[in-house]
Design a protein. Structure first.
Length: 302
């Protein structure tokens, strides 16, 4: 008998127990190997509301929804009554009243979901597709899935998270979860993009010191859109000082893997030639996104 976890919403990995995460990972792997979901009712509606650009998260949720047999509404943020001043809360309240069962939302606003999940009138499930510089819990799940597939464990692994730490919701979710599961976390990148709050998760080291030590090298995108035009680095300078160059990649241990949530700025945080190289799991992360999101949708809809 399959064990499926049940949860009302999926908004933050912090709220999940270790057991819930492990079960989500098991279900994601089961979907990857062909498991089919038995829907609890005839017609289930999902609405995708993306207020920030997205390729991977948006389309992999859409594909996950279609694979699970859901009816999918692509909510047009630009053509909706949001343009007349309707709030996100009232929009979600409306969609739920119309019969939407689950909303997947990406917003620029951190913790936008709080009033939605606290409301006794919003009856649909809320799934967080990323909130500003807050969290990206579905990316965290697919990253954990990719690491687990590679190493079969988290405990004892040395994981480096490198780059635009302070703006990265991916980094925040991953440092919390990997620490919880016993991985040793290290950080690197521009010192000004590191924050004291990360000290409780791991040490900051220079990139050259880190690379030969780690099992997983997680490169982060430079988030140009969150720097208010105050980027102190040219692309070439960033790549030279903090990027994964071919030379630095040659210092990686044989078994070490390279990850990146993408989109990738090729030749900025990672050399163009390394993106699809044998050590890279970047494409596998994208592939796993569909199955991780199937597991998340199953958990909230069951
Ligand atoms: N990794 C990620 O969230 O990609 P998108 O912004 O394209 O969804």
């Amino acid at each position: 008998m399959d064990r499926i976890i049940e949860m009302d919403h999926f908004v933050s990995v912090e709220d999940l127990t270790n057991e819930q995460i492990m079960l989500l990972l098991q279900r994601a792997s089961a979907f990857k190997t062909g498991k089919v979901w038995k829907s609890p009712k005839h017609q289930i509606f999902a609405a995708n509301m993306f207020f920030e650009n997205s390729t991977r998260t948006h389309n992999s949720f859409h594909i996950a929804q279609r694979k699970l047999g859901l009816e999918v509404l692509e909510f047009g943020t630009a053509t909706s009554s949001l343009q007349k001043g309707e709030t996100l809360y009232d929009t979600v309240l409306t969609l739920c009243a119309l019969g939407v069962d689950v909303v997947v939302i990406r917003s620029t606003i951190e913790r936008y979901w709080e009033d939605l999940i606290q409301s006794s009138n919003v009856h649909c499930h809320v799934v967080n597709g990323g909130d500003g510089s807050g969290e990206h819990p579905s990316q965290c799940l697919l990253d954990l899935m990719t690491i687990q597939e590679e190493f079969g464990k988290f405990s004892g692994l040395k994981v480096a998270i490198i780059g635009d730490l302070v703006h990265s919701r991916v980094a925040r979710s991953n440092m919390q979860m990997l620490t919880r599961f016993g991985a040793e976390i290290f950080f690197s990148g521009p010192k000004e993009w590191h924050d004291k709050e990360f000290d409780k998760y791991g040490k900051y080291l220079s990139l050259d010191e880190l690379i030969p030590k780690v099992d997983v090298l997680m490169m982060l995108r430079v988030q140009h859109e969150r720097h208010d035009g105050e980027l102190n680095f040219s692309k070439e300078k960033y790549h030279r000082l903090y990027g994964l160059t071919e030379n630095r990649a040659s210092w990686l241990q044989d078994h070490a893997i390279i990850m990146h949530p993408a989109p990738v700025n090729r030749d900025v945080e990672i050399a163009d030639s390394l993106v699809e190289s044998p050590k890279s799991r970047i494409v596998e992360q994208m592939r796993n996104g569909v199955y991780a999101r199937m597991a998340i949708l199953e958990a909230v809809l069951t």
